[in-house]
Design a protein. Structure first.
Length: 221
């Protein structure tokens, strides 16, 4: 996926999880942050960021903050909508005979339902933007929704579905993703139970630039 209408800016501050203040053309501009996670190690004063201009004139903010440059890591895509978009691109290049986004199962809406031959698949997608000592971690903030999705996948696996949890690594050079139990112990426990129930846990390595994101490889975690 490739972004259009992008601009370079410098991060200034983040008053709340939805907006940030950035320096753009010498002026302080309030922009929308397309990620409600903490991103504390990324959004630091004077960090280089990339904005995408909105084509909606009715919006309060003119721009979305989509990526940030992290020293020793490079560009990190923090658009929380991007993982589903690039996974759909990836799935379309595979040999599935049916791909259906936003599939209702149990009390959850899972990201993808797929079919291949006589097998039925369910996939939930998570974006990984947190890196510590060369390892990716998820989540960077507690996620009860993420725990519920893992529980649903474990139940679906027991009913014959081929179930997958996919962590899209939104930065380069990271080849492992772990549960961030220091932030949300319950998510780590749910991930272990899901794996034991037969849910496949995969990482999606990506090619990342300041204005693009593309899955290049799938790894088993």
């Amino acid at each position: 996926m490739k972004y259009k209408n992008t601009l370079n800016a410098k991060f200034h501050s983040r008053p709340n999880r939805f907006i940030a203040n950035v320096w753009l053309d010498g002026k302080l501009e309030t922009v929308h942050v397309k990620n409600t996670g903490r991103c504390r190690e990324l959004l630091i004063p004077n960090a280089s960021v990339v904005l995408q201009r909105s084509n909606n004139p009715a919006r309060k903010t003119k721009y979305d903050l989509i990526s940030v440059y992290k020293e020793k890591t490079g560009w990190v895509n923090i658009d929380s909508q991007a993982p589903n978009r690039v996974v759909k691109e990836w799935l379309l290049r595979q040999d599935y005979t049916l791909i259906r986004p936003e599939y209702n199962y149990g009390s959850s809406r899972l990201d993808f339902y797929m079919e291949r031959d006589d097998e039925k698949y369910l996939m939930e997608v998570k974006g990984c933007t947190l890196e510590i000592d060369g390892i990716g971690y998820f989540p960077d903030a507690p996620t009860e929704r993420g725990v519920r999705h893992l529980q649903e996948l474990a139940r679906a696996a027991s009913q014959g579905f081929r179930c997958i949890t996919a962590f899209v690594i939104q930065m380069e050079g990271i080849h492992e993703v772990r549960a961030n139990t220091a932030t949300h112990r319950e998510f780590g426990e749910a991930l272990d139970r899901a794996r034991a129930a037969g849910v496949q846990i995969v990482g999606m390595e990506c090619r990342v630039t300041k204005d693009s994101l593309e899955i290049t490889n799938e790894i088993i975690l």
